[in-house]
Design a protein around this ligand. Sequence first.
Ligand code: ADP
Length: 319
Amino acid sequence: MKRIGVLTSGGDAPGMNPAIRSIVRKAIYHGLEVYGIYQGYSGLISGNIKQLEVGSVGDIIHRGGTMLYSARCEEFKTEEGQKKGIEQLHKFGIEGLVVIGGDGSFRGAVKLSEQGIPTIGVPGTIDNDIPGTDFTIGFDTALNTVIDAIDKIRDTATSHERPFIIEVMGRDAGDLALWAGLADGAESILIPERPEDIDGVIERIYHGHKRGKKHSIIIVAEGVGSAAHVANEIKKKADLDTRVTVLGHIQRGGSPTAFDRVLASRLGAKAVDLLIDGKAGKMVGIQNNQVVYHDILDVLTKKHYIDNELIELVKELSI
Ligand code: ADP
């Protein structure tokens, strides 16, 4: 293999830049040429492709977002779209590809591998919802952003002695809400995997009041329904006033944490090693602090499980 490509796809995540840097530099270190494919699969189809040198990825290790831009591309889900993408790869002489993204992006990576372009997936998503890796790139940064925001909300919640409901990202996975709940001492967390009923949430608010607690933090993952809906339900059922904060896209931005930079550097480098070894259709990950890899097809057929011990711990510690 002489020339490889790299693209970022789907939802962006802080840490994608250090992953790109690692892939580019590791490949050049091993004598390969690297091409950056801009705007995900959409740029692959249109041929928005440029060679990346060592200096092209300078000064990005600490930046959020992705220098290659990301995109969602319906056309790439079709055979026709994939054919166009493969033609571009042939045109540029790109023999292998690294795709940084989430499970949707990995489906595209499988299609490319099946059609003769060895492709390796690097898990980059703030949701931490990919089986086969303990952490995805971006989760730690997003978690720290959420915690920073909740710490601030906590100050005002105490001053006003009101329950606050905070909506965090996570359509299908509650990891961000759960970890934030544990790290920030939330009274209740509502996550897609285990939505607690509103009565339970109200009970916890009352319980807190009784022991003189000045505030109450309720974290809602967006997959459960909106924080506004939870606030309405609490008002209807218990006539309690709450305040709602939707954290939104700030959760995707910001300088990647040291953890995410190290993870991105390790996983990106491993992806290049796998391509050099002739592997295709694999996803790199981290398990028990060891860099591992799995068949993407296995990853896509498995379910991401939430850590039930952590759910119990949140409850035990918020008495
Ligand atoms: P994420 O990678 O963050 O899960 P998406 O689910 O939006 O994000 O997927 C990103 C892109 O991956 C899609 O816009 C599409 O171009 C590509 N993709 C998703 N599913 C498939 C599929 N079944 N076949 C080919 N490409 C796909």
